[in-house]
Design a protein around this ligand. Structure first.
Ligand code: HEC
Ligand code: HEC
Length: 296
């Protein structure tokens, strides 16, 4: 599983020149000034839809909101989602909105380092300046927690952040949320949410040995979720064969109850509990409309 990354990264390490070049290699694009006035409610809604609160809060351990999440086990190590409260020392209290935008849309820290893709930033690349301003306004309302999240537990070479620059160059691709004019407004809204904020593909698309999603197999299911368990295919034909309709899907994303009367288990139960059950009816219907017709 890890062999390929070892070859790539240790190969790069042995060539010191290459290493040095990679370490100083600048990444990302400049962020224009964000002048939009944020809307706290809209930001809180988007934070729910995007899983920010779910990942960055350790609910099970009774952690304060956004003060740091439960450990995420992956093939490359265990990651601890950091403190995103207004604390200036351990949270984002001393950040600017532009630094926040760069972290969320581009996966790059205020000091210019790349973030691990365990942070689902690639799905947020299309957030508008208004989306960012809204999220930022909502995050400003979060009480400061003066506590650091645990450091990630990764072994060499995965503890070398600069190596992620190679990963980005090889695998980082923008999410396609372009509207399709021949489709309904609901379908297009659904596409924006499902392919973007709600990041359904993070679990429902299989990954290659370097942990990157295989885009030609989008939504075809992932039999080896790092968190354990298996995410089934959510391709329209497979869902139809299992008896799902648009209404069933919208209902399941609200309630966690499937057409056969079962309830979602594993990480899908959490997707509903911390995310989709808070969404407006119209948005759930839109997401279901897109998923049941996501072939293009
Ligand atoms: C699947 C879990 C997950 C989700 C969903 C998620 N994050 Fe994160 N986030 C992480 C992890 C893990 C890191 C640490 C990445 C690293 O250290 O390279 C992180 C890092 C960050 C950072 C950098 C913090 C710092 O101290 O440098 C910011 C800002 C952030 N996330 C904001 C968000 C926002 C906003 C959302 C929702 C739009 C979000 N995250 C959704 C897991 C997640
Ligand atoms: C954190 C991982 C994760 C994310 C993100 C995720 N899912 Fe799932 N999903 C799962 C798992 C695991 C299952 C299997 C649940 C079970 O076994 O009960 C599942 C099951 C499903 C099923 C049932 C399919 C069937 O044939 O029974 C549907 C439909 C579904 N997910 C839709 C979605 C949608 C829509 C999104 C985006 C809003 C999404 N999922 C995001 C992990 C995830």
């Amino acid at each position: 599983m890890r062999t390929w990354m070892w070859v790539l990264l240790t190969g790069a390490c042995t060539g010191l020149g290459v290493t040095a070049a990679t370490v100083v290699w600048p990444i990302g694009n400049n962020i224009e000034k964000i002048t939009q006035v944020g809307d706290v409610d809209r930001g809180a809604y988007l934070a729910r839809a995007s899983g920010c609160i779910a990942c960055h809060t350790n609910t099970e351990a009774g952690g304060a909101p956004l003060a740091g999440g439960a450990p995420l086990k992956t093939d490359f190590g265990t990651f601890y989602p950091p403190n995103l409260t207004t604390d200036p020392e351990f949270g984002m209290g001393s950040w600017t909105v532009e630094q926040f935008a760069k972290a969320v849309r581009q996966g790059i820290s205020p000091s210019g380092d790349p973030y691990y893709p365990t942070f689902t930033y690639s799905f947020y690349a299309n957030f508008t300046n208004q989306d960012i301003a809204d999220l930022w306004a909502a995050f400003q309302t979060v009480p400061a927690v003066n506590e650091s999240a645990l450091p990630h537990d990764t072994a060499f070479p995965f503890d070398q952040r600069w190596g992620l620059k190679l990963w980005r160059a090889a695998f980082l691709a923008p999410t396609n949320v372009e509207p399709v004019p021949s489709k309904s407004d609901a379908w297009n809204r659904g596409k924006l949410l499902v392919r973007g904020a709600a990041h359904c593909a993070a679990c429902h698309t299989p990954r290659n040995i370097a942990g990157a999603r295989i885009s030609s197999k989008r939504f075809a299911g992932n039999a080896l979720l790092p968190v354990g368990g298996k995410a089934p295919s959510i391709l329209p034909d497979d869902l139809e064969a299992e008896g799902w309709s648009v209404d069933d899907l919208a209902y399941a994303l609200r309630s966690g109850v499937t057409p056969s009367g079962d309830v979602f288990g594993g990480s899908m139960a959490e997707v509903v509990q911390f995310g989709t059950r808070f969404l407006f009816d119209d948005d759930l219907k839109a997401m279901a409309t897109y998923i049941m017709d996501s072939d293009i």
